[in-house]
Design a protein around this ligand. Structure first.
Ligand SMILES: Cc1cc2nc3c(=O)[nH]c(=O)nc-3n(C[C@H](O)[C@H](O)[C@H](O)COP(=O)(O)OP(=O)(O)OC[C@H]3O[C@@H](n4cnc5c(N)ncnc54)[C@H](O)[C@@H]3O)c2cc1C
Length: 448
């Protein structure tokens, strides 16, 4: 193996990390500390040719292959014991063409990289809410964030991609060229190849009215109902998310995060939320988009996580009350429940343009257990599963592939796309990755 790794090092312009190297420990860590894996080698590629070489090496040596973008996937798909990680963290360049309103982002860029480059020109693409998340990884699962209502899912803004397939081809996918592959990349995950670069549509935007509204006591239930009404009324200028958590005394707390892009400094639609008794903190104000993007900024690799959720068609009172009740069920802070609204622009897009199957859902509701003590693993996982079971009666379109753990059965992955799209994805998989080399993902096995 030592000799083989020398061969890999020689074939790359980038570098290779193995056990004992100074940067190996940091490079193998996932966002989710529940995952603790030790790859045989981490190939830090710097371009598409490096990716071709790494894919060929891994297959020739019979190594299991994982692809790492921003390392955020809660399932820990970016790490593999004794296998080869194709690490894209040195491929983070984002080039912006302000005239054409297009950004070309390398496969390992994070939202911090992307937003910094595009905001320098007063432009955005709707992305994720945490800066260290990988742009491509998030896009491949759909992409929900602070600008979803205004500009759609992230993958709705994906115009083209350069993909290195496990068979060693470098394929460009656009709406005119290899269009079926582009369709699959819009939600179908990292199943078909390694995306060396992706091209996004940009929109002009500099400032938003945003921030956090925090509620305690009776305000929690009332504000969550108001959040629901706001999302149902579908204002296009307002994206909105809500997160249930707990305070120090273990009482439920609610954080509502609006992002308004209209003209008003004091949007009328937010006034009812601001008037709820129990509002204990209100940081909503006009601010730069980059400030909005810093609202949620968890530490990387500090917590253990287990997430499970469902897309739902509605958020009835009974479900709201159940969710609030779940926050105290564990007897210690369980983590959070995230509720993302899918109103607005995602509904404008032709469903046939993307593989994903949840466009029609009203909300994405996710139980996100997070904890630090190993001794709490079992009960925390159980809390997330039981909470997800409480959401399930309202489930439509399965769960969100971007938040799924590795233990989801294939039926849940299929349900996330629907049977027709899943069959189409399987045919695409047979074309580009017939041996299922890229299986460390929410896997779509080849047809047949
Ligand atoms: C703190 C946190 C915040 C998040 N916020 C959001 C959010 O606001 N909105 C949202 O929609 N999702 C969000 N997510 C979920 C996130 O989008 C997914 O977990 C996504 O898979 C992360 O991509 P990554 O590149 O960071 O992760 P990685 O773990 O590095 O990659 C995950 C998988 O994506 C694939 N992949 C990544 N890059 C490439 C590439 N270039 N080519 C081919 N395949 C690739 C591979 O299959 C890889 O195994 C969040 C996750 C976390 C932990």
């Amino acid at each position: 193996m030592v000799e083989a790794l020398e061969e890999l090092k020689d074939s790359l312009t980038g570098d290779v990390l193995v056990e004992g190297d100074r940067e190996y420990e940091r490079a193998r860590v996932c966002f989710n500390l529940l995952i603790d894996r030790r790859p045989a080698a981490i190939a830090r590629c710097i371009d598409a040719d490096d990716v071709v070489a790494a894919l060929a090496f891994g297959q020739a040596r019979g190594l299991e292959i994982a692809v790492r973008g921003g390392g955020h996937n809660p399932a820990g798909h970016c790490a593999v014991d004794d296998g080869l990680v194709i690490d894209l963290s040195r491929m983070r360049e984002v080039r912006v063409d302000p005239e054409q309103r297009i950004a070309i982002s390398q496969g390992g860029a994070t939202w911090l990289d992307f937003d910094a480059a595009t905001q320098a020109h007063g432009l955005v693409t709707p992305g994720g809410v945490v800066g260290s998340t990988g742009v491509t990884g998030l896009t491949l699962g759909g992409g929900i964030g602070h600008l979803t209502a205004q500009y759609g899912l992230t993958c709705d803004n994906l115009l083209a991609a350069e993909v290195v397939t496990p068979t060693g081809e470098i394929v460009r996918a656009t709406d005119d060229q290899n269009s079926e592959l582009l369709w699959g990349l819009r939600g179908g995950g990292g199943n078909f190849g390694v995306v060396a670069q992706a091209e996004f549509r940009l929109h002009p935007l500099k400032r938003v009215v945003g921030g956090r509204l925090e509620y305690e006591g009776e305000g929690v239930a009332q504000a969550l109902r108001l959040f629901r009404e706001l999302a149902i009324d579908c204002p296009r200028e307002l994206s909105i998310q809500a997160q249930l958590t707990t305070d120090a005394s273990l009482a439920p707390q609610l954080v509502v995060v609006p992002c308004y892009t209209g003209e008003s400094e004091d949007p009328e639609m937010l006034r009812p939320l601001r008037a709820v008794p129990g509002l204990v903190d209100n940081s909503v104000r006009r601010q730069g988009f980059l400030e909005q993007q810093r609202i949620f900024d968890p530490g990387y690799g500090v917590d253990r996580n287990y997430w499970k959720g469902h897309f739902v068609a509605e958020l009835p009172d009974r479900l709201i009350d159940d969710l609030i009740g779940r926050m105290t069920a564990l007897g210690r802070p369980p983590g959070g429940i995230l509720i993302e609204s899918l109103h607005g622009a995602p509904k404008d897009v032709d469903p046939a343009s993307a593989a994903l199957g949840y466009r029609d859902a009203a909300f994405n509701v996710s139980a996100m257990a997070s904890w630090t003590d190993l001794a709490h693993d079992e009960e925390s996982v159980d809390w997330a599963r039981t909470t997800a079971a409480a959401i399930e009666p309202w489930s439509v379109s399965g769960g969100y592939a971007n938040y799924m753990q590795a233990d989801e059965p294939i039926e849940r992955v299929r349900a996330a796309f629907g049977p027709d799209s899943f069959a189409r994805l399987q045919a695409l998989k047979s074309r580009y990755d017939p041996d299922n080399v890229l299986r460390r993902n929410q896997n779509v096995p080849p047809a047949g």
